[in-house]
Design a protein around this ligand. Structure first.
Ligand SMILES: [Zn+2]
Ligand SMILES: [Zn+2]
Length: 416
């Protein structure tokens, strides 16, 4: 017997990641237990069938995207789970948003933690650059073998230097690199967040009215990009109750903009829909706290101002009813993955903005590494074997890679 690796889900898919490493003495480590991206919101029973839930295991979550941790409530209660401290907070926040709860404790590490000893495994988390905050690569030492799990990462975000540091001073003697390949086979634009900031500044300067922007409140790199663009263009950045909640719960003790006196350019908009969302969670105190703060704003107050305003499709009706509908002077920006945009949907912000004569734009950059950066990273790590995960184009990657060990989902591989 030797160390074995099983990719339960992810050799042929993006999302729903679940990887298992078993030591010679039987200790089991699970890396991620993600929800498949195409699973219905109320679907359950989604753990991979090949994952044995009758023996003990410890689970590590690489970051706070649901396709990596969304099955947490399906895991046996006796299994300890671990995540970065801020990623864990994000996991709780996301669950509560839909009226759920994570009952089990989540043990946490921080970006400055010492390596964790779990059973026969020694785990070193490396904070990395991704569209989710508090995302980690995980180095696992066990029985003289070294496995590096890349999690999701990129090298063009606001923490690109973390990935570059790994490339210029890689951990040595890696036997196995489990690497994501989301962007293989695509020609997605991967401009940097800094370049994106320039484009938002330009657009803000040439727009007479508001810039309405649809982006993920949990993509804090993007929030920072928009905050900096707003400040440079002499505008306020307006987020909703949910956007503010994310910043208040994740941003404390960091350099992120957080609603409060230190960031006067940041405002929080309270809408009827936002109120309902937080009333449902029993958080009337939070609504009151924001409503009575100096950084609260309203739809009425924003009319006639020039701001950068967070807008999701679900908020359109509140905006229109509050006199904050689109006009020919405004710009609408879709700043998410284009797969989430249906320009033909008449209820979408894109269609409504177009109908109102506002200008429409796509300004986005991927949360994942470009094919070129994947090749650069893999070459720097120089593993004895590269095991593909989190991708759909691994059979024709189109880039130079070290020795690839292609597994199928559920296949038990004894590391040679
Ligand atoms: Zn992912
Ligand atoms: Zn991710």
């Amino acid at each position: 017997m030797t160390l074995t690796i099983t990719v339960h889900r992810g050799t042929q898919a993006i999302g729903g990641s679940c990887i298992e490493i078993v030591a010679q003495n039987g200790d089991r480590l699970i890396l991620d237990a993600g929800r498949p991206l195409d699973a219905a919101r109320d679907a359950s029973g989604l753990l991979p069938e090949t994952l044995d839930v009758h023996r003990p295991a410890t689970v590590l979550f690489s970051h706070g995207h649901m396709d990596h941790w969304g099955l947490i409530n399906e895991l046996p209660a006796s299994w300890p789970v671990w995540a970065g401290a801020k990623a864990a907070e994000l996991m709780r926040l996301s669950t509560e948003l839909f009226g759920g709860r994570i009952e089990r404790p989540i043990r946490t590490w921080s970006s400055r933690s010492e390596p964790l000893a779990i059973g026969g495994f020694m785990i070193t988390p490396f904070l990395t650059d991704h569209s989710a905050p508090d995302a980690y690569m995980l180095l696992i030492d066990c029985e003289g073998r070294r496995v590096l799990y890349s999690g999701d990462f990129r090298a063009h975000g606001r923490k690109a230097r973390l990935t570059e540091a790994m490339i210029s001073a890689p951990p040595r003697d890696i036997d196995v690199l489990l690497m994501e390949g989301t962007n293989l086979g695509t020609a997605k634009p991967v401009i940097t967040e800094a370049e994106l900031e320039e484009r938002f500044v330009e657009l803000a300067r040439e727009t007479d009215g508001h810039l309405f922007v649809q982006w993920s409140a949990q993509n804090l790199d993007r929030t920072v990009t928009l905050f900096r663009a707003a400040r440079r263009a002499g505008r306020k950045l307006v987020v909703d109750l949910y956007g503010a909640d994310v910043l208040l719960r994740i941003g404390q003790g960091t350099r992120l903009p957080v609603p409060g006196p230190d960031f006067p350019e940041l405002r929080v908009l309270i809408t009827p829909g936002g109120k309902r969302l937080y009333d449902r969670q029993g958080r009337a105190d939070y609504i009151t706290r924001i409503a009575t703060s100096a950084f609260a704003t309203s739809r009425a107050r924003l009319v006639g101002e020039k701001a950068i305003i967070m807008l999701r499709d679900s908020m359109l009706r509140d905006f229109e009813q509050g006199g904050l509908g689109f006009s020919t002077r405004d710009a609408y920006v879709f700043s998410n993955w284009s797969g989430y945009l249906d320009v033909g949907d008449p209820q979408s912000g894109w269609a409504r903005a177009t109908a109102a004569g506002a200008s429409c734009h796509r300004l986005h950059t991927s949360g994942h590494a470009s094919p070129g950066d994947l090749a650069r990273f893999a070459a720097a790590i120089a593993p004895k074997a590269l095991v593909p995960v989190h991708g759909i184009s691994w059979d024709e990657p189109g880039i130079a890679l070290p020795q690839v060990r292609r597994l199928s989902d559920g296949e038990v591989w004894a590391v040679p």
